[in-house]
Design a protein around this ligand. Structure first.
Ligand SMILES: [Cu+2]
Length: 67
């Protein structure tokens, strides 16, 4: 169990935040994702590879990087 922090760019509203939250929470091993709009980022709780989290965010149309 660990927390992974991501910096996320491209989110402009709460709709984006919800889309990113759902995408992250669909990644196997993720228990919960807390996504913030300003600053754009996420704290992901669970056991997931950061590469899988970043890929999920990109699939949703946003950019992510380890924070
Ligand atoms: Cu939006």
């Amino acid at each position: 169990m660990n927390d992974i922090k991501l910096a996320i760019t491209g989110m402009t509203c709460e709709h984006c935040v919800r889309a990113v939250t759902k995408a992250l929470e669909r990644v196997p091993g993720v228990e919960r994702a807390e996504v913030t709009l300003r600053p754009g980022g996420a704290v992901v709780h669970g056991n997931a590879a950061s590469e899988a989290l970043i890929a999920a965010v990109r699939e949703e149309g946003y950019e992510a990087a380890p924070a």
